[in-house]
Design a protein. Sequence first.
Length: 193
Amino acid sequence: MSITLVAGLGNPGREYETTRHNVGWVVVEAWAKKHGLTWKTSPQFEAEIARWDTPGRTCYFAKPLTFMNDSGRAVAALARYYKADAGSVIAVYDDLNIDLGLVKVSVTGSAGGHNGVASLLEHLGDGFTRYRLGIGPKEPPQMDLKDFVLGKFTPDQQNLVTQHLSTYLSGLDLLLSRGAEAAMNQLNRRDPK
């Protein structure tokens, strides 16, 4: 199954730029920059879109501008337009249940309390590939979930994200070139220490 659409989930607006919830945007922006892609705002899809052409294949990268909780609306509209089914979509997003610095790939499952993923399931349906970037654990544990994901990384955490950026990008390369199964075999087994 060839990937047609890669959606980085996040929130638009300067105040959200460096929050944990926007790490999906950070990764797709870095990937696009590495490959010399240009973002264009597309009001009809409520998203910024970058086009990546490789021999025999075109792939679109998107940053929905609908806010996280409504990401599925923009992603599903793009998927319909590009005639992409859920199986040819990758969603790149933050995951609280994975330690910061780690990444996991999965193809099925619940939203796990993530409103962006819940919106994708509602509008696009299941079967899309999930490229999950760890932002956990929640510290302090009693902190409200919303406050945590919309909070900014501490300087140490931000350094960790920066250090792991090349790993996130190579993982996404692997996913795009070899597919979900190969990416799961390589990325999900990694020893966290």
